[in-house]
Design a protein around this ligand. Structure first.
Ligand code: UDP
Length: 494
């Protein structure tokens, strides 16, 4: 009765802005709607972590505070090890420091739950150690979560690489998917990273008290229903749809020098729905040859475009993942020397290129934006849905091909780019997709479908008000909040 201190929740994000951003939004929503306090305990990814610090330190410290764990290095990992291996090691190497932080928190606050994200399963035992509730926040689709929950079974019943299976794979409640479209980490079953994911998948089935997914019931009804059946069969813990949680505009990255708004002013001057936005997330890069095809394809399409351009990288499509460049400062006029000769001059009436980073949510929210060439990182997908912008799906790495399958084969709100035998998307195809999406009949159909999803997304997140009932995601989050509130294990007087 006397205790008024809000219950505290510890959150451990693994490396990747795509993990941190929705976790921050989850925390903000729980603070506002259910009066929890949050402490983010952040493992190092080996970089200075500036964007992460900016994001977390810009939040109201009385309700959301953060602790950055000691700097780690990864020189001992083989150079070609997948990003997932580095993500998972950053968590495993941080476990001792994490335990120390949790101990202090547990002594000084009313700690009720520990929330980790998809690669954080190894930390869940710490929750048990401190008598708090272990939860997973899954920052991708329910379909991808299904592939994780279903992986142990798939692993047992398959003898070849998944991409060599003659038939598409039927994940419970999901549209069939070719093995080659499963996540990168599932493409080489002999790799340590695959074994690591398999280990995580097995823990998912019995360690967490619940899994929150950044999706909503009406977006993936079949997969959510299958997860409910799974609870009955004892195959998985309760799954809660709590999305779409997307970065609210005010929580954008602070520290821009102002020049990023140039693109918003430019958008103001373009006709409604006429501009194609091109961006490959926080980590995506293209090869030089591919970048050239894209430039020439955009030019050939004759469409208006706003393109976030990064230096080409020949080695990996995720070259930027641990080294996010958000700044547009320090770039010189020669920055664009990798673009085809004369491209900027020839397209200056219809196109704008911005280096490295654009305020994506604002761009998608702008009336002039009519389409999005997207790598299909899940946050970008949700942002596009929330703003009703149809897509050209251009998956690069991680689980982006799975998200593409959901968008193209199931929801039918995107075109999928075709790769030639060299793995390149050709300029004439880019021109065709761009023109069709902005001006064509098929584009219109995609646009009208995604507008329906936009409405459904907004209903899912609705708060109950007089005549309006609370949405499905609001209700699931309230269920979680209630469980957390009722967790009194740590109260000596109860
Ligand atoms: N983003 C942005 N501007 C950019 C590129 C990315 O604001 O130029 C934001 C985007 O809005 C999204 C996040 O960075 O919130 C990227 O997350 P996503 O899951 O789409 O992709 P990832 O970066 O994890 O590959």
């Amino acid at each position: 009765e006397t205790r008024q201190e809000p219950p505290n929740v510890a959150v451990v994000p693994t490396p990747g802005m795509g993990h941190l951003i929705p976790l921050v939004e989850l925390a903000r929503r729980l603070v506002v709607l259910h009066k929890f306090a949050f402490t983010f305990i952040v493992p190092s990814d080996g970089s200075p972590m500036e964007p992460q610090k900016k994001l977390l330190q810009g939040l109201p410290a009385e309700s959301i505070s953060s602790i950055f764990l000691p700097h780690l290095t990864f020189h001992d990992l083989p150079e070609d090890s997948p990003i997932e291996a580095r993500i998972a090691s950053s968590l495993i190497r941080s476990l001792p420091a994490l335990r120390d932080s949790l101990k202090v928190l547990n002594e000084s606050t009313r700690l009720v739950a520990l929330v980790v994200d998809l690669f954080g399963a190894e930390a869940l035992d710490l929750a048990k150690e401190f008598g708090v509730l272990p939860y997973v926040f899954f920052p991708s689709s329910m379909m991808v979560l299904s592939s994780v929950l279903y992986l142990p079974k798939l692993d047992e019943s398959t003898y070849c690489e998944y991409r060599d299976l003659p038939e598409p794979i039927g994940l419970p409640g999901c549209v069939p998917i070719n093995g080659s479209d499963l996540a990168d980490v599932l493409q080489d079953r002999k790799n340590e990273a695959y074994k690591m994911v398999l280990g995580i998948a097995k823990r998912y089935s019995d360690v967490p008290a619940g899994i929150m997914v950044n999706s909503f019931a009406d977006l993936e009804p079949g997969a959510f229903k299958a997860s409910k059946d799974g609870v009955q069969l004892g195959n998985n813990p309760p799954v809660y749809s709590v999305g779409p949680l997307i970065r609210s505009d005010s929580a954008g990255f602070a520290g821009f020098d102002g020049s990023e708004y140039e693109c918003l002013r430019w958008l103001d001057k373009q006709p409604k729905g006429s501009v194609l936005f091109i961006s490959f997330g926080s980590g995506g890069t293209l090869s030089h040859e591919q970048l050239k095809e894209l430039a020439l394809g955009l030019e050939m399409s004759g469409q208006r475009f706003l393109w976030v351009v990064r230096r080409p990288n020949e080695k990996a499509a995720n070259a930027n993942y641990f080294n996010i460049v958000q700044s547009v400062k320090d770039y010189d006029p020669d920055y664009y020397d990798f673009l085809p000769n004369g491209f900027l001059e020839r397209t200056k009436e219809v196109g704008l290129v911005v280096p490295n980073w654009a305020p994506q949510v604002r761009v998608l929210n702008h009336v002039s934006t009519g389409g999005f060439v997207c790598h299909c990182g899940w946050n970008s997908v949700l942002e596009s849905i929330v703003h009703g912008v149809p897509l050209i799906a251009w998956p690069l790495y991680a689980e982006q091909r799975m998200n593409t399958v959901l968008l193209v084969d199931d929801l039918k709100v995107a075109f999928r780019v075709k790769l030639n035998e060299k793995g390149l998307v050709e300029r004439q195809d880019i021109a065709k997709y761009a023109k069709e999406l902005i001006e064509g009949e098929d584009g219109k159909i995609l646009r009208s479908r995604i507008k329906h999803l936009k409405d459904a997304a907004s209903l899912a997140m609705a708060l109950s008000k007089q005549a309006v009932p609370a949405g499905s995601s609001t209700n699931s989050l309230a269920e979680v909040a209630q469980i957390w509130n009722n967790h009194h294990k740590n109260l000596p007087n109860c």
